[in-house]
Design a protein around this ligand. Structure first.
Ligand code: MRU
Length: 358
């Protein structure tokens, strides 16, 4: 299955070309495919904040490359460049608050830097570390796809109708996706009959990105407004809701794109299984529960305008872009270290002690 999964890897959103970082501008997909180049940390941080690059693993990878670029600038300026680089770590860490992959990647880069400090090949070592972060996410996607497909097979076999939310595919990761990777894998195994994709207001990651990725590969996808999800679960024979995550706390609570929580409540009501797929870099063992997760709130203008045109009355709008699904609504969390059914603190702690499976 691994080879078939690799052969299905077609889209990528992050391209490290040695001299600069190139990001596929996800704000204008699928209508235009435009690559933007970045050579400093401020540019990368702005790209993350402005949603040029999005999706928890992808922003972690972009931030790691951002540190490589920043280190070059700082070293060229001379002086104590390692100390000066702290300002760049801070700028990148300030770009978005919820996805822990960002902080995980920055910590990994800082640990590496602390071990080499002012050595002559420090820039090269940092570049290798960022490449390793990128490559390990790609590998994690492959492992999770296989594990997720096994879970589905064990429970119900073929002819799955699944519902997904936001975009968790190649555009959101270093490989071909987390939740969308499992869906891709299940499709390759002949197990998918239909995918429903929530449009995912207000950034439309579902209609612009997920629908595009799936349609490009001939995977049958039907788009729906977010508020149709309960109706679809009731009337269309949905067997699984499969989503990604931005942060999973020590007790198994999951922060993901706003709307995920109501999907989990509805799935429980309708007897639909609920799967979360995320690499271990998304698991934050420092936070005891989802209540501690900082939830990003973006400008109300994102709700009041579509394509630059006003679509709402002139009122205040509340725009939290993530929510927290409690662990007890989740059937299974799939990571590259293994799966956790009916997650709780003990099972998560056990999982995090393990090495990767592949
Ligand atoms: O605001 P976004 O587009 O960055 O939100 C993305 C999500 O919520 C994804 O579901 C999550 O990051 C997992 S991506 C593999």
């Amino acid at each position: 299955m691994r080879d078939r999964l690799l052969a299905a890897e077609k889209v990528k959103a992050i391209d490290w070309r040695g001299e600069a970082l190139y990001l596929l501008d996800q704000r204008i997909l699928p209508f235009e495919e435009n690559w933007l180049s970045f050579t400093d940390a401020e540019g990368v941080a702005k790209a993350i904040r402005d949603m040029v690059v999005r999706g928890a693993p992808a922003i972690g990878i972009a931030a790691a490359y951002g540190i490589v670029l920043a280190a070059r600038v700082r070293k060229a300026a001379g002086g104590d460049w390692v100390a000066a680089l702290e300002a760049d770590f801070a700028v990148l860490a300030d770009s978005r608050p919820t996805a822990v992959n960002l902080f995980w990647a920055l910590n990994r880069m800082r640990d590496r830097l602390n071990r080499i400090q002012h050595s002559a090949d420090a820039l090269h070592v940092l570049e290798l570390e960022a490449l390793a972060i990128h490559e390990s996410d790609r590998e994690a996607n492959l492992t999770m796809a296989q594990l997720g497909v096994d879970v589905i097979r064990r429970h119900q076999g073929n002819a799955q109708t699944v519902l997904t939310h936001c975009n968790t595919g190649a555009l959101a990761t270093g490989g071909f996706g987390t939740a969308l990777g499992v869906i891709r894998g299940a499709w390759l195994e002949g197990m998918i009959e239909q995918v429903y994709a929530d449009e995912t207001r207000p950034w439309l990651q579902g209609s612009r990105l997920t629908a595009w990725e799936l349609a490009n590969e001939g995977i049958p996808v039907i788009l729906n407004v977010d508020s149709a999800a309960a109706h679809i679960m009731k009337t269309k024979g949905v067997t699984w809701v499969i989503v990604g995550a931005d942060r999973i706390t020590a007790n198994g609570d999951v922060a993901n794109k706003i709307g995920t929580y109501q999907l989990a409540v509805n799935a429980m009501h309708h007897g639909v299984r609920f799967m979360v797929v995320a690499p271990s870099s998304t698991i934050d063992m420092e936070l005891a529960s989802g209540e501690d997760i900082p939830i990003e709130e973006r400008e109300g203008a994102e709700l009041l305008n579509v394509g630059g045109k006003p679509v709402g009355a002139d009122v205040q709008a509340f725009n939290p872009v993530f929510d927290v699904t409690p662990a007890d609504l989740i059937d299974v969390i799939v990571t590259e270290k293994g799966i956790v059914e009916r997650p709780d603190a003990a099972k998560l702690a056990q999982l995090m002690c393990r090495k990767r499976l592949h």
